[in-house]
Design a protein around this ligand. Structure first.
Ligand SMILES: [Zn+2]
Length: 283
């Protein structure tokens, strides 16, 4: 069972299951912390495609001023039409950046105050109000194409490994088939191979529910258990919470690491990575 942390609100639509916050991440480099409310896409069968209006600058400024009136510190509001990330907050020293879905542009004063409290300190009561508001206005959220959230070309079939097959095996074996994600190889490199300083072996994008695996792993010398370990790691990001400690997101909590070690070949994969890093970095 997933548990919502203070920094992590779960928003669901149509009473369907909710999906927790996940940012893009990868094993070696992580991005700036952002607090994101993630919405599952609305049911495409419901209603017709609403016209997305271009949000004018005056409306953005007005919303920024209205929320800012209840906040201590500088606030920048960006109005979006992102149907996965309804609200995303970045907090700095005396500075906030909030990316808000355009449904909030005409929000009533009570919601504006709730937004301010949510932006300032992720207040639980405020987020409940916002949740209700989002539910009420879900018709404003862009409907998705039946083919998927975004047109991303997936190339799961590599030269040496079929990622879909690996994903399905792991999903059945370790997750009871509950992980919902697409998987693809990353872009193939052109030009001569060279040694890189690092390699981002895998990533998981919450916006697209997409796992990307680095093309460097699609080579004959890479054992299947290693590719599996990287895919398994990325799948875990759909399961685990991302707590915030001292303003920093912790993608790989002790619980995450413990779970990671339940993969049958975890130790072998770790050892293999150490012994073959040089070859992996050369692509
Ligand atoms: Zn990770």
């Amino acid at each position: 069972m997933r548990q919502a942390t203070r920094e992590q609100l779960l928003f669901g639509f149509n009473g369907r299951a909710v999906m927790p916050l996940r940012r893009r991440h990868h094993p070696r480099r992580s991005r700036a912390p952002r607090n994101t409310l993630v919405a599952r896409e609305p049911d495409p069968r419901q209603g017709h495609l609403p016209l997305v209006q271009k949000i004018d600058e005056a409306a953005r400024l007005r919303l920024q001023r209205r929320i800012g009136a209840h906040l201590r510190g500088d606030l920048r509001v960006v109005v979006t039409d992102n149907r996965y990330s309804i609200i995303s907050v970045k907090r700095g020293k005396g500075y906030f950046e909030a990316r808000l879905h355009h449904m909030f542009v005409d929000a009533e004063p009570g919601i504006v105050r709730a937004l301010a409290r949510f932006i300032a300190r992720n207040e639980a009561e405020a987020s409940a109000l916002i949740n209700a508001y989002i539910d009420k206005h879900q018709d404003k959220i862009r409907h998705s194409l039946p083919a998927g959230p975004r047109k991303i070309k997936l190339t799961p079939q590599g030269q040496f490994f079929d990622l879909e097959e690996i994903f399905d095996c792991l999903n059945q074996r370790y997750f009871g088939g509950h992980i919902e994600a697409s998987i693809t190889w990353g872009r193939r490199r052109t030009g001569p191979a060279r040694r890189h300083g690092s390699v981002k072996m895998g990533s998981y994008s919450v916006e697209d529910q997409l796992i990307r695996i680095h093309i460097s792993l699609d080579r004959s010398f890479v054992p299947r258990f290693f590719v599996e370990a990287v895919v398994f790691h990325e799948m875990l990001h759909q399961v685990h919470e991302i707590p915030v400690v001292n303003g920093r997101h912790h993608f790989h909590t002790p619980a995450f690491r413990a779970h990671e070690r339940t993969f049958e070949w975890a130790e072998a994969a770790e050892r293999w990575e150490k012994e073959n890093l040089n070859r992996l970095l050369y692509f």
